[in-house]
Design a protein around this ligand. Structure first.
Ligand SMILES: Cc1cc2nc3c(=O)[nH]c(=O)nc-3n(C[C@H](O)[C@H](O)[C@H](O)COP(=O)(O)OP(=O)(O)OC[C@H]3O[C@@H](n4cnc5c(N)ncnc54)[C@H](O)[C@@H]3O)c2cc1C
Length: 288
């Protein structure tokens, strides 16, 4: 591994100062489960690493179903998996955290690292998009918010400038009679990445779908929303037929590639199956 300077700030202001003016030669380190491997093989080359472990603000976790949540960028996958409030109010996000790697990986892997690494297969990204979450970003010019649906620009590319830090996620209230789910397919049960992942989030009024979001992983360079499927469901009762039709429409949003882990055709099939199942679970949770 190439030698680099290590900076360990104690708060967000110090982080911003540490990142300022260094351009792409600086990287922040959260859990390191992506970055360390990338540094070791020379895929990423840096002069400076800014270690976030000493910044407690980045681990904030507060809120509830009525007010929405603030979730710090350095909240770990294990926290999402185990926190009782998140499990009850945001089950899709909690489920996605529970699927990441092994317990050892989940204790290190952070929500912010998952989305900033911007792998098409990132498990924790689709639930954030389906929940209409916003990324709160801080940099030398202050703070800005970006909808997670607009956060990703390509494989390993996000809206973040090198000098910017992802601070936290703002998750709005999901409202009454709402439910969500995240499902993925992997050939192996553990320590594998999604061949396809699907997050669904619905809200009902008088038995009719008031709002629905469907977000897909690993079927395009970035996570994508299945908007045609969403439009087909909004304002309709969520009958099994309507859900099956939406699952067919979700396939239109997918632009999958064929690789060693699955053909494009298999991935389209998985989008259909996992969309149907995740909507069905979301509906069960909304009506429980
Ligand atoms: C064995 C193994 C299994 C895995 N399984 C899965 C899996 O099942 N599903 C899955 O989605 N991923 C999986 N991963 C990938 C990885 O664990 C996740 O992407 C993890 O969430 C990354 O978080 P991290 O804190 O370790 O990020 P890091 O490695 O610390 O950082 C990743 C990138 O994000 C940047 N970054 C981190 N935090 C911030 C911030 N606050 N602001 C700006 N930039 C930031 C870093 O500079 C770096 O570029 C696996 C990895 C391993 C090694």
């Amino acid at each position: 591994m190439r030698r680099f300077e290590l900076v360990i700030p104690a708060n967000v202001d110090e982080c911003v100062r540490a990142l300022k003016g260094r351009g792409p030669e600086v990287k922040v380190l959260a859990g390191g489960t992506d970055l360390i491997a990338q540094l070791k093989v020379g895929m990423v080359k840096v002069a400076t690493v800014v270690d976030l472990s000493g910044v407690p603000e980045l681990r904030v976790l507060e809120g509830d179903a009525q007010r929405g949540f603030r979730i710090g960028a350095a909240a770990t996958a294990r926290t999402l998996e185990r926190d009782a409030r998140l499990r009850a109010a945001l089950p899709s996000l909690s489920e996605s955290g529970a699927l990441v790697g092994s317990i050892q990986i989940r204790n290190l892997a952070t929500l912010g690292g998952n989305v900033c690494n911007a792998a098409p297969s990132a498990d924790m990204a689709p639930p954030l998009i389906a929940l209409d979450a916003e990324a709160v970003i801080v940099g030398p010019n202050g703070r800005r918010k970006v909808a997670m649906a607009s956060f990703f620009e390509g494989v390993r590319k996000t809206v973040l400038a090198p000098e910017e830090l992802l601070l936290e996620f703002a998750v709005p209230p999901t409202g009454p009679r709402s439910g969500g789910a995240y499902l993925r397919h992997t050939p192996r049960r553990e320590l594998d990445i999604a061949v396809v992942g699907v997050a669904a989030q619905i809200a009902l009024t008088d038995g009719v779908c008031r709002k629905v979001r469907i977000a897909l992983a690993a079927v395009a360079p970035t996570p994508v929303r299945a908007t045609a499927a969403e439009q087909a469901l909004e304002g309709q009762p969520l009958t099994p037929q309507a859900i099956t039709r939406a699952a067919d429409l979700a396939v239109e949003a997918a632009r999958p590639i064929s690789d060693q882990r699955g053909s494009a055709e298999f991935r389209r099939h998985l989008v259909r199956v996992l969309t149907r199942r995740s909507l069905t679970i979301a509906l069960e949770r909304a009506t429980a």
